[in-house]
Design a protein around this ligand. Structure first.
Ligand code: GLA
Ligand code: CA
Length: 789
């Protein structure tokens, strides 16, 4: 009991309370004409720049809008991020960095129109796709469906947004020309009644004059396409543009065409290389669209930063996004022009009869900060906010949105090694008697850990950090903490013994500045440290739990400016500078620096707090002049070329052999008979053009009814070659994104082999294959063999 007391007394003791625009603002119109949009009755091509207000510090908003304008854009396109405005149910915030009306007014002031995408779901690599976590307090809620509670909250929120934006529609003399209904619903499901209800909600708020549209992919927009809405397509750099609009042209030959998300680059996830897309492909695509009178929104024109805990995660699998949302966009994360910007600007000039406006000067210089040490320290477990004893609770059940939880229980006597099994969302570290045993990392799909022999009465703690909630696909209902039962299994005298600990001590640790500051202040004033030393007379502060905790330091500035703080020597956690949440760091990379906007720094003394749940190698930080977004520090390579994982296919019989057709678009290969197996192997024997390089954008398997099998549990088992540069790994064939692809390395010769673990045995009747979406389908396969085993 002494040990247990150690944990709980500590937590209790250290408890912390916790343009062509009307200058005169007269009314205008924006409507559909014959093959074109009409602005005040005149043909109009939308050249929109997607930028996100919460990803840009407010003092920089106007600069970023002007940067977009200097690219020749005539509009900005914004999502409305529900969960940043209603962080607590019923409490709304449209002030400061959340002042969306002011953002629109700034656009108007600078002669830019605005396209608004008010969700409720937005995707955007944003925590839970913009939905508030507290919706999950109603456990059985159906998100993005006609669930009564979901719809009730959606309508209340949209009404609040309406109070801000209704006066700003073009009909009311404002800059807003169009509004989007939901977001890419086709890649979530098929539910016209739901999409209709969102449409009606917006209609009732903004009136029937405002143009409403839907965005989807060319491959799935018909699923939910509503007759009385404008249809637009989303696709990325390099896509075959005629192909993308073919179906729309057949269905609605007289409709204007618009690519509502033309992806300039792509987002990054932890543990994989930084994504890039060639400038030339992007510019050529936009040039082609403009030459054909096609409207577009460039997603992202400036990506910015997912500050604090706002970065989301992708699925299938669990792939949390990094803090930087640079996106390889033409305007980089910190607002400056890249080579892509200049190439784009040159092209855009061709489509403007006036000289494009000058590129505005950056609002701040870039500064460096010499290395300094963070000397103040408070141990991690000093910050527990509340505690409950009994069943295991999720974050949501503990009424906490973001942060960490410690789950403690008292162990029985287990004389041998045992296996702890727990579904942990997301990053769990296990301690027994304060000693670190190992981790269960959801990113790696880990669900268990081997424990050493233990004695009755020992305390086990599972400490879990929640990362961003999934923002894409059905998995957006993403509870945090331990979800489900925890078991400990051991083999004792040839008998499997299973323990299910019943009593748990649940502790919450919110990840906000106030918590971090308060615990550090208490430690420094000695209030906490005294009690703490009584309890741990023999353990020095930093030794305890391996230096996991809160660190604080200060740096002096003579002049302020933007900088990039380097966290390469740190483990995993969050950073606060002068009270502003900067975002997550994780030693695995690829992002190693955090962007710190100069507008949040000051002359003289500045404060930095780092919360490191793993513990640093060295508690030092410095500010550098360039970001580091592409440095991996992995325990082992994330390539799948381990020869032990390569199946021996010599004696195996393929379920299909043959040749794919050349060109873009989906192809289906029917098997002669149903194949049974847990693994899919696709052997690529030759390519359509000369060369050995192979690429696949997406793969699906069909069951015996011709339905697509869920890819949720899929993992890459083996790939003989994967191009890490630009992140073209095996998992790109089942990431639900048609614009991303697996690609072999230059110089690697055919045959190429990709093996996918389907998670469990499946009955398979057909394979669907999508080559790269670019013109000419680069890397497309000719002769193939498919195995299911
Ligand atoms: C989709 C979504 C966007 C974003 C992009 C990828 O198009 O609509 O919100 O997630 O994918 O960056
Ligand atoms: Ca893909």
């Amino acid at each position: 009991m002494k040990n247990l007391f150690r944990y709980f007394a500590l937590a209790a003791l250290l408890f912390v309370a916790s343009s062509p625009m009307q200058a005169d603002n007269t009314s205008g119109t924006f409507t559909m004409g014959d093959k074109t949009f009409l602005l005040n009755g005149q043909p109009f091509i939308v050249k929109a720049a997607e930028i996100h207000y919460p990803r840009i510090p407010r003092p920089y908003w106007e600069h970023r809008i002007q940067m977009c304008k200097s690219l020749g854009m005539n509009a900005v396109c914004i999502y409305i991020f529900w969960n940043i405005h209603e962080q607590q149910e019923g409490v709304f915030d449209f002030t400061d960095n959340n002042d969306i009306a002011e953002f629109c007014r700034l656009a108007q002031k600078n002669g830019m129109y605005v396209i608004v995408r008010p969700g409720p779901y937005v995707c955007a690599e944003w925590e839970m796709g913009g939905l508030p976590w507290w919706l999950l307090k109603k456990k059985d809620i159906k998100l993005r469906e006609r669930d009564p509670y979901f719809m009730e909250r959606v309508k209340i929120f949209e009404e609040k947004v309406g109070e801000q934006l209704r006066p700003l529609t073009i009909q009311n003399g404002g800059p807003i020309i169009m509004m989007q209904v939901e977001n890419e619903y086709g890649s979530y499901g098929e539910d016209k009644p739901y999409v209709s209800e969102i449409r009606d909600c917006l209609r009732s708020i903004y009136g029937k004059e405002l143009t409403l549209f839907q965005c989807d992919w060319s491959s799935n927009f018909e699923k939910n396409g509503l007759d009385n809405l404008t249809w637009t397509m989303n696709f990325g750099t390099g896509a075959n543009i005629d192909d993308q609009f073919r179906r729309l042209g057949e269905l609605r030959p007289n409709a204007p065409k618009m690519c509502s998300e033309f992806w300039s680059g792509w987002f990054d996830k932890w543990g994989a290389r930084h994504e890039t897309r060639p400038a030339k492909d992007m510019v050529d695509g936009m040039d082609e669209m403009l030459s054909k009178g096609i409207s577009f929104s460039l997603y992202m024109t400036h990506g910015g930063t997912s500050f604090g805990h706002w970065a989301g995660a992708n699925s299938p699998g669990f792939a949390p996004d990094v803090t930087s949302y640079d996106y390889d966009a033409p305007i980089n994360e910190y607002g400056l022009a890249t080579p892509k910007f200049w190439e784009l600007r040159k092209m855009m000039q061709k489509y403007s009869d006036k000289k494009l406006p000058a590129v505005p000067k950056a609002p701040m210089p870039i500064i460096t900060i010499p290395k300094f040490e963070l000397k103040e320290f408070a141990p991690m477990f000093a910050a527990s906010e509340k505690h409950e004893t009994g069943d295991i609770k999720t974050f949501e059940e503990m009424d906490m949105g973001w942060g960490m939880m410690a789950y403690c229980t008292i162990l029985p006597d287990i004389p041998t090694q045992s296996v702890l099994t727990a579904e942990c969302h997301d990053y769990a570290q296990v301690f027994i008697e304060g000693k670190y045993i190992g981790k269960i990392d959801r990113v790696k799909n880990e669900k268990s850990l081997t424990l050493p022999p233990v004695k009755k009465g020992m305390v086990m703690m599972i400490f879990i950090e929640g990362m961003g909630r999934i923002n894409f696909g059905r998995a957006i209902k993403d509870f945090k903490g331990i979800v489900g039962d925890v078991t400990i299994t051991a083999d004792i005298d040839n008998c499997e013994v299973v323990w299910k600990p019943k009593t748990w001590y649940n502790y919450t640790y919110p990840d906000d500045y106030e918590t971090a500051k308060e615990v550090l202040d208490e430690v420094i004033t000695g209030d906490v440290i005294k009690g703490y030393q009584d309890l741990f007379a023999t353990i020095s502060d930093k030794e305890y739990m391996g230096g996991r905790g809160y660190y604080r330091g200060y740096f002096e500035l003579k002049k302020v400016g933007d900088t990039f703080l380097n966290f390469e020597t740190w483990g995993k956690g969050q950073v606060y500078v002068n009270g502003h949440a900067m975002g997550r760091f994780w030693s695995i990379g690829p992002q190693q620096t955090l962007y710190v906007p100069g507008c949040w720094l000051k002359k003289g003394k500045n404060e930095i707090i780092v919360h490191d749940i793993v513990g640093p190698k060295e508690a030092v930080v410095w500010g550098q002049a360039e970001p580091e977004l592409n440095k991996l520090q992995l325990e082992k390579s994330n390539k799948h070329n381990n020869i032990g994982d390569k199946p021996d296919l010599n004696s195996a019989t393929p379920v299909a052999t043959g040749a794919f057709k050349a060109g873009n678009g989906w192809q289906t290969i029917q098997f002669n008979k149903t194949a049974k197996g847990r693994y899919l192997a696709i052997e690529c024997l030759s390519t359509q053009k000369d060369g050995d390089r192979v690429a696949i954008a997406e793969l699906y398997l069909q069951d015996t009814d011709g339905k697509r099998i869920s890819r949720e549990p899929w993992k890459t088992k083996y790939a003989n070659s994967e191009e890490e540069n630009g992140n073209h790994m095996g998992d790109k064939v089942f990431d639900l994104q048609e614009s991303t692809y697996w690609q072999t390395e230059k110089g690697a010769s055919t045959p190429h082999l990709l093996v996918i673990d389907l998670g469990s045995e499946q009955d398979v009747k057909a394979l669907e294959y999508l080559p790269r979406a670019e013109q000419g389908a680069p890397g497309s396969i000719k002769n193939f063999k498919v195995y299911v085993y």
